[in-house]
Ligand binder design. Structure first.
Ligand code: SF4
Ligand code: SF4
Length: 101
C-alpha cells in the first residue's frame, strides 16, 4: 500500500519494528474532550503514557503532557490512571486557548 509521505511519521513506536514509516494522521482534530492533569495527584507512574493509543503523552520529567496535535481525546489515559489524576474536559472550556486544535 502506498501512502502520501505527508502523513507518514518517521520514528519508531512501541508497536513498530522500525523498518517502515508509520502512518500518521492529525488525530488532534478529532478531539471533543481534552485530558487535564491534576499534578498534585500524579505520582509519575507512566501508566497513562503506556496506554495512550497514539503515544502522544510527552515525558515532562515529573508528569506527562499530551501533544495536542495528536491527542484525540479518547479518555483512555484518564480511565487507566490509578490515582484519578486526569479529567476529561470539554474542548469548549478552552475556547480562548490558542493551543486548541
Ligand atoms: S497514570 Fe496518572 S498517576 Fe500515573 S503518570 Fe499518568 S497521570 Fe500520573
Ligand atoms: S485522551 Fe487518549 S489520545 Fe489523548 S492523551 Fe489520553 S490516551 Fe492519549
Amino acid at each position: 500500500m502506498v501512502h502520501n509521505d505527508k502523513f507518514m511519521f518517521p520514528y519508531e513506536g512501541a508497536w513498530s519494528d522500525g523498518r517502515e514509516k508509520l502512518l500518521c494522521l492529525d488525530t488532534g482534530s478529532w478531539r471533543v474532550n481534552r485530558p487535564v492533569l491534576d499534578k498534585e495527584k500524579c505520582n509519575y507512574c507512566s501508566l497513562c503514557a503506556l496506554y495512550c493509543p497514539p503515544q502522544c503523552l510527552k515525558d515532562m520529567g515529573d508528569h506527562y503532557a499530551p501533544d495536542l496535535d495528536y491527542c484525540k481525546g479518547c479518555g483512555i489515559c484518564a480511565r487507566e490512571c490509578p490515582r484519578g489524576a486526569i479529567s476529561m474536559m470539554p474542548e469548549g472550556e478552552f475556547a480562548d486557548d490558542s493551543a486548541k486544535r
